[in-house]
Design a binder for this molecule. Structure first.
Ligand code: IVH
Length: 675
């Protein structure tokens, strides 16, 4: 007994140490963009912590980095009342309006008999994302909410937890604190997401803002976790136990506690400097990796802020200098078709060149056949073009009033524009495809591009991929592993060193986990999340390859249609061949020991449902305990459920279990069963 207690005390100390170390590395990587250790070292720390928590579920704390993912899908979001209202901002569209605002501030302060020095302002980027509020209680992140109507928002804690730049615990913290910020999806990730959605036949997001909002408002936290969301924090709401004097001081305070505060925030004297800074931001707008739609100007002194107060929903002490929108109207000269990874024909627009936020745009994406159909964009139309940072510009809509008579819809071509093969539109599909899956150079290129992205082979950029394909060095992803440094070095533009680096990187990709390999295969509908779920469910490639659609459907998040597709795709000769060649090359075809569900455990093959609050186990800890014993936890009770584990204030699941005659356990009974 004493020995066991000692082991556990040691484990507890080590777990705490690991939590701190991992939080430190998250901060370096996600907040300061300055990592200290390699991914392998980081993964190893996380693995060790998971291991300890698996063996001692009682050691799992809510602020453990392992708790960032793994929440259960919700039916709907709970309402959250903000302790302090989340305000909006008055706009200034130009310098005159900015000066007028500053004058109003000065006059009001004069009337209050506060005169003297020039006013100090803080300027910040106005990030175009989703406003959120993070609540910390005694330093622990307990709740995150959307702005909603400013007074009441939605509880999106699970989704916000997945953002690694949000500290789960802060040191030297006041008793209670709301931190305010803007969540966004970096522009490159937004572009990638839209590309994937277009290929999968899903509706695309109109702009990064919508993609961030859509990701945070996902009921399934796994989906949110699959989107690389980021955050800039820019203020505090309700707080108890400390009182900063200035806004800039607040930002510094937040920065010191690990929050991500934009480094270009500036403290300035007087309105001239402010106007200059606003123009500086406008010039940088297109070079940022996140969308901004203006600059927020705030009076720095919190005492003055209080004096100035709020008018309606808008504080008098702040204003948003708004940039003109990054859209323009131009003529669409022609609709051209390209071919995507899975053979879909994808339309894009050749435009009359037009300036959009400082850049000349002459082509824009129309995403996919269905999007084109829905937007009803036609050749010769005047169209609205949107540009978000570095993203490929997109055609938002036609200006219908200006349509010329006789303008016709564009249909996908009868022959593939890249290989000339007659195109087909499957009866049950929405997209026209080029059926030449292995021989079409367009598809080969997209396949390689997807594969290198999935396995993170940075050196195999688009230009190199094109080169290798054209030179006949490769025709598919498996060929990458047969490349040699000698052969690559013969190509123009490559030296011995760069060739060797590339080969080394390709070698390194063999260490990527099984789920990544599965994702890299590019099975339609199997994005990163579904790939992880399949990997976890089957454990090995062979098991997956042997599975009937009914079994594939048992994997989390895989519906019957997708299961059928996965089955068919994996039974294509070329997929089998590709997998075998990748296996021979040495890629991982099964889960790592540490990722595995334990076989032969006492709950092997059993399905359990959790409901209510257990006395000593968090939901996550209980789930781990069950998994470790070989069991599976699902969300709802059915005839297939073996046990329902019920704690305090159980929900309707308990009643359902009683109705169906399912065995009901309490925490003690569960622990006994597991032992
Ligand atoms: S301050 C009192 N600062 O703009 C202040 N807002 O129109 C209210 N936003 O809902 C917010 N960047 O979503 C502030 N640096 C920044 C901001 C910012 C973006 C958004 C936020 C807010 C909206 C107000």
């Amino acid at each position: 007994m004493a020995a066991a207690a000692r082991v556990s005390a040691k484990a507890s100390r080590r777990a705490e140490e690991l939590r701190r170390t991992i939080a430190h590395h998250d901060h370096l990587y996600y907040v300061l963009d300055d990592p200290e250790v390699s991914d392998t070292v980081y993964d190893e720390l996380l693995r060790e912590l998971r291991e300890i928590e698996r063996a001692h579920p009682e050691l799992v704390t809510p602020d453990s980095p392992t708790q960032r993912v793994g929440g259960k899908p919700l039916d709907k979001f709970a309402r959250v009342e903000h302790a302090e209202a989340m305000l909006s901002l008055a706009n200034a569209r130009n310098e005159d309006e900015l000066r007028a605002w500053a004058e109003r501030v000065e006059r009001r302060l004069e009337r209050l008999d506060i005169t003297g020095k020039e006013i100090v302002y803080v300027t910040e980027p106005k990030v175009d994302g989703l406003a959120i509020s993070l609540t910390y209680e005694r330093g622990v992140f307990t709740r995150g909410a959307t702005r909603g109507d400013g007074r009441v928002g939605e509880d999106v804690t699970q989704n916000l937890r997945t953002i690694k730049a949000i500290p789960l615990r802060i040191d030297d913290a006041p008793e209670r604190l709301e931190v305010r910020g803007e969540v966004y999806l970096p522009i490159a990730d937004f572009a990638r997401l839209n590309e994937q959605r277009a290929e999968a036949g899903e509706a695309t997001f109109a702009n990064p803002r919508n993609s961030a909002a859509g990701s945070i408002r996902q009921l399934d936290p796994e989906l949110a976790a699959s989107r690389p969301l980021q955050i800039w924090t820019y203020g505090i709401g309700a707080h108890r136990g400390f009182e900063p004097n200035s806004h800039s001081g607040t930002l510094e305070w937040l920065r010191e506690r690990g929050f991500r505060v934009n480094p270009d925030v500036e403290v300035l004297q007087g309105v001239d400097e402010v106007a200059e800074r606003c123009r500086w931001w406008e010039g940088r707008r297109d070079r940022l990796d996140f969308e901004i739609d203006g600059v927020v100007v705030k009076v720095d002194d919190r005492g003055l802020q209080r004096e100035l107060g709020v008018a309606g929903r808008e504080p008098r002490w702040a204003v948003a200098w708004k940039f003109p929108p990054s859209t323009a109207t131009t003529r669409l000269n022609k609709i051209v078709w390209n071919v995507g990874r899975t053979g879909h024909l994808l339309p894009f627009a050749m435009l009359e060149p037009v300036h959009v936020s400082g850049v000349t745009v002459s082509t824009a994406t129309l995403h996919n056949e269905e999007d084109l159909e829905r937007k009803d964009v036609r050749e010769g139309d005047e169209v609205i073009v949107l540009r978000a940072g570095d993203v490929i510009p997109q055609v938002v809509s036609p200006v219908i009033q200006k349509r010329k008579r006789g303008a016709r819809r564009s249909r996908p071509p009868k022959e593939c524009p890249l290989c000339g093969t007659p195109t087909v539109k499957p009866e049950d599909g929405v997209f026209t495809i080029c059926p030449n899956r292995t021989g079409c150079p367009g598809q080969q290129f997209q396949h390689i591009k997807h594969f290198r992205g999935a396995l993170e082979i940075e050196g195999l950029g688009e230009k190199n991929a094109q080169r290798f394909l054209q030179e006949g060095l490769i025709t598919d992803a498996a060929d990458i592993y047969a490349l040699t440094a000698e052969r690559v070095a013969e190509l123009d533009g490559f030296g011995e060193i760069s060739a060797e680096n590339l080969i080394e990187e390709i070698e390194g990709s063999k260490r990527q986990p099984f789920s990544r390999v599965l994702y890299a295969l590019g099975i339609p509908g199997v994005g990163f999340v579904n790939a992880e779920s399949l990997a976890e469910h089957f454990g090995t490639m062979d098991d997956l390859l042997a599975a009937q659609p009914e079994r594939i459907e048992e994997a989390e998040g895989i519906g019957p249609i997708l299961a059928g597709q996965v089955y068919e795709e994996l039974h294509e000769e070329r997929a089998r061949e590709l997998i075998e060649r990748l296996r021979e090359a040495g890629l991982r075809m099964e889960l790592d020991a540490s990722e595995r569900r334990v076989e032969g455990g006492p709950l092997e093959g059993r399905t359990l449902v959790l409901t209510g609050t257990l006395p000593n186990l968090s939901r996550e800890a209980a789930t781990k305990l069950i998994k470790r014993a070989g069991g599976k936890v699902v969300g709802s009770v059915s005839k297939k459920t073996d046990y329902v584990v019920a704690g305090d204030s159980p929900g309707s699941k308990l009643a359902k279990a009683e109705e169906l005659g399912v065995d009901i356990l309490d925490e003690r009974a569960l622990r006994k069963l597991v032992e």
